[in-house]
Ligand binder design. Sequence first.
Ligand code: NDP
Length: 385
Amino acid sequence: MTRSITILGATGSVGASTLDLIRRNCDEWRVVALTANCSAIELAKLAREFGAEIAVVGDESCLGELREALAGSGIEAAGGAKALCEAASRPVDITVGAIVGCAGLGPVMAAIEQGGTIALANKEALVSAGEVMTAAVEKHGATLLPVDSEHNAIFQCLQGGKIEDVRWITLTASGGPLRTWSQEQLENTTPAQAVAHPNWDMGAKISVDSATMMNKGLEFIEAHHLFPVGLDRLRIVVHPQSVIHSMVEYRDGSTLAQLGPSDMRVPIASCLAWPERMDTPCEPLDLPKIGELTFFEPDEERFPATRLAREAVQHGGAAPAILNAANEVAVAAFLAGHLPFTRIALTVEAILQESNMPPPPVSLDDVLDVDQAARARARAMLEVA
Ligand code: NDP
């Protein structure tokens, strides 16, 4: 029996890992929609290879190139934000949400509104829309499966357990490539150094987030929405080997952990096959070779992002969306060479502090308004376009 799938963000790192698994089992899958932002040639190549129904670019100015690259294939081509949502709302068995940033929110919400199963990698969407998204999941009877390796680990550790029996959820953090750097070194970090993650091969934005630890801050907020144990039962532990992907401690003192290689195909496969299991080509863990697993408290002096995220989610309402938007603008400015590394978190903090906090968003449009306003303030502060 074949299953149908849509991949939002098919040309990215999570998109490529997902398609690698589909390629190995292509008789079992029917690809409905594949999307990108502007990588039209790559997208067309994938759409042809997988026989997609439709290929969509978020950036409408790239639609001409996409149409040309798909000429004669019979595959529909579309462009723009509305077209992304239209493609995401086509009924499928599973949608993989792998667009980077809040740009993925509209399409993910469109998939949720169909009441389907969404394997969510796009953490910024859940961080920004929080209660709006979880309410939509409930209203439409959708199923949200976490792709993020930490949340996927927690999800697996909770199988067979009761959320009310949980004492702690521990998110592990590799600490990123700059974990042991001095403040002075951090100030002079280049984009190439920040994206050189020691364990994971990921897109540029999440790699910078890992280096600042904002990735763990976003994941803290994501965990709060996915696993409602209360903020005081969520904690972060630095674990540089990235072997334990997260842990759940129950009230009887038992701690369940999920271990695996640092390969996103493992959590993606867990979502694609859920509630069953499927094969992956990933190397099995070689624990004697790894030898040692170590753990540290996060250093919020050098890496204040986890504190900022915790404060934002404690504040609630619009604060997480503002945090996320300011971070997206600051990371883009850093990657473009316009902002020193250590000013990423400082910018986020300044935008959160200067914001006259808008009322808590209650709809998708409210979230997008908060996001746009925070972006505009961050851009003005950094004097970037
Ligand atoms: P990439 O940068 O590698 O890929 C992003 C994808 O989103 C690309 O297909 C890109 O298209 C598309 N995209 C970017 N901007 C837009 C836009 N404005 N509108 C529509 N599509 C857009 O990111 P990753 O795969 O690394 O990450 C994707 C998401 O998954 C992020 O939220 C990240 O935090 C999360 N995640 C990633 C992990 C990883 O290992 N990479 C691990 C856990 C979570 P184009 O190619 O045209 O730019």
